[in-house]
Design a protein around this ligand. Structure first.
Ligand code: C2O
Ligand code: CU
Ligand code: CU
Length: 531
């Protein structure tokens, strides 16, 4: 509790300076927030970036430009190449190196509160973008952290209380890459052969503006757009050479889950997950990628002829036996699991040499049950629903509060059991679920997949226990990467997943939540208090 008291003291200092505003309709700012408004002179940054969230208009579809929220960046200090602008509405790609000390001056020029989270990165509480640290229009927040994560692909996005879904939808997201010694030795495809792909679905009004509105049904399943954008581009085609590429794929969608597969039926080769590279390449028929998850693919175009085209698609799948989603073939937007093209690769140039896929990538210490600090205590994350609102462990989000079971001793290794069993069709109706039985509309709404994300350090998956109809699960089950470091795991209806997670270094409040952003904003989010 001393952290909270410390923050409260800092708050009183700010309040005394008269720099504090708490009155804004619909916005909850706890009194105890400690806004990090000025740089710490003891922190010696290797990299300094000014990052501004602002409104602007960007051409996406032919015709009128689309009004968006956009992160714009300026490199103030550090290696050239730290910041890479993408055309479109997404923020610049931030290219970091492990061990770098990074300072970001975040300016909010939006007409609403905003806070930025470095998704996947292991940083102290006050640098983590907890919604308690939202700042108002015209204000500044200084983020300072050391890059502790290994090489991999992370991202940043808004995390504003009850506004995350809308702000991310409007454009507030960007990619982060991290490189390190071990990765450099592997000599993976780099430069133009290292391709970021940020997948998002959007809907548009007739005058090309982002359409966002939630019916009751959309609130329950999350907002699904009818148009796929990649890196903010519509109908995106990438010219490639006949050689190997590294694709860094982020599902930056609010709610849509993709089943990634190649248009010619080729298997999909994964080399990395949320938290970095895998121990060795792994081959899948398709890969399920839920909101916030990342996957890095190896694709070798050397077997293709110039003029040929290969598309990355999302393939049909089902989430429940009741017909929601499941490729009814009436286009996107209606449900999860419809087939669509994500991005096309056009082979335009013949080259003679290509790097070979390494047999092994990075050493991964596989965590086992033996590593758990208190083996008899499993931390529960029970997905439930009450009064048409999803919850975690029976409670919705409370800005600064946590339950006894959400207290985690710092520098321990915990086993966590995430259960979506309450939403299983026709069975397993336990505590936490009230106001409905298995079937009908209610049951259909309840049987939702939930991408569960935990802030702080990356975790590993110990086990998955499917809990619903085989014929439905069969449409997704071969697409889960269960090795490697993860910060988000897709929990299908009825499923129970055990993970093992270190809680090292930093004390304080760290969020865990559903990364279906509509679910997050409805309160499907809680704090762990690490202390
Ligand atoms: Cu990407 Cu708490 O979020
Ligand atoms: Cu996060
Ligand atoms: Cu959810």
């Amino acid at each position: 509790m001393s952290t909270i008291n410390h923050h409260r003291r800092r708050f009183l200092q700010y309040a005394a300076l008269g720099t504090f505003t708490t009155t804004l309709p619909g916005v909850v700012f706890p009194e105890s927030r400690n806004l990090n408004r000025i740089p710490d002179s003891a922190f010696k940054p290797d990299v300094e970036i000014a990052l501004t969230a602002q409104t602007t208009a960007i051409p996406i579809l032919p015709g009128a430009s689309t009004r968006v929220f956009k992160y714009t960046g300026k490199l103030l200090k550090g290696p050239a190449g730290t910041l890479k602008e993408l055309p479109g509405y997404l923020g610049p790609i931030l290219n970091f190196e492990q061990g770098q000390k990074v300072r970001l001056f975040f300016y909010n020029q939006l007409p609403q509160p905003c806070v930025t989270h470095w998704h996947g990165m292991h940083v102290p509480q006050i640098m983590d973008g907890h919604p308690m640290y939202a700042i108002l229009e015209g204000e500044q927040y200084v983020y300072e952290f050391e890059v502790k994560n290994p090489a991999g692909t992370n991202w940043y996005h808004s995390h504003t209380h009850e506004l995350t879904a809308r702000q991310v939808y409007q454009g507030l997201a960007g990619l982060i890459t991290i490189t390190d010694e071990v990765e450099r030795k592997l000599d993976l495809p780099g430069g133009e052969f290292d391709v970021p792909l940020i997948i998002q679905d959007r809907s548009f009004t007739p005058d090309n503006q982002f359409y966002y509105a939630l019916t009751m049904h959309q609130r329950m399943q999350g907002f699904l757009g009818d148009t796929i954008l990649v890196n903010g581009q519509h109908n995106y085609t990438i010219p490639v050479k006949t050689r190997a590429y590294r694709l860094r794929i982020l599902n930056g969608s609010n709610a849509r889950i993709y089943k990634l597969g190649w248009s010619d039926g080729s298997p999909v080769t994964a080399i990395g997950t949320d938290g970095g590279l895998l121990a060795r390449p792994e081959i899948f028929p398709y890969i399920m990628l839920a909101p916030a998850e990342r996957v890095e693919l190896w694709i070798d175009f050397s077997g293709y002829k110039p003029g040929a085209e290969l598309a990355l698609q999302t393939l049909p799948y089902q989430i429940s036996s009741m017909g929601m989603g499941g490729g009814r073939g009436r286009g996107m937007g209606e449900g999860q699991g419809n087939r669509d093209t994500i991005v096309r690769f056009m082979i335009t140039e013949q080259v003679s040499d290509s790097p070979k896929l390494p047999d092994t990538l990075v050493p991964i210490h596989r965590l086992s049950e033996r590593a758990i600090s208190n083996p008899d205590k499993v931390v529960p994350i029970n997905i439930g629903m009450h009064r048409m609102t999803f919850n975690l462990n029976g409670r919705t989000f409370e800005m600064l509060d946590y339950m006894e079971q959400e207290k985690i001793p710092v520098n321990t290794m915990q086993k966590i059991r995430i259960s979506n069993a309450n939403s299983a069709m026709g069975g397993g109706m336990g505590g936490g679920m009230r106001g409905g039985r298995g079937g009908g509309m209610m049951g259909m709404m309840m049987a939702q997949p939930h991408p569960i994300h935990l802030h702080g350090q990356q975790f590993q998956i110990l086990s998955r226990k499917p809990g619903y109809a085989d014929s439905v699960y069969a449409t997704v089950k071969d697409g889960f990467i269960n090795n490697g470091w993860k910060d988000t795991v897709l929990v299908m209806p009825g499923e129970e997943i055990e993970i093992i997670k270190p809680f090292g270094d930093y004390t304080g409040l760290f969020l865990y939540h559903c990364h279906n952003l509509e679910h997050e904003d409805m309160g499907m989010m809680r704090n762990f208090f690490v202390g």
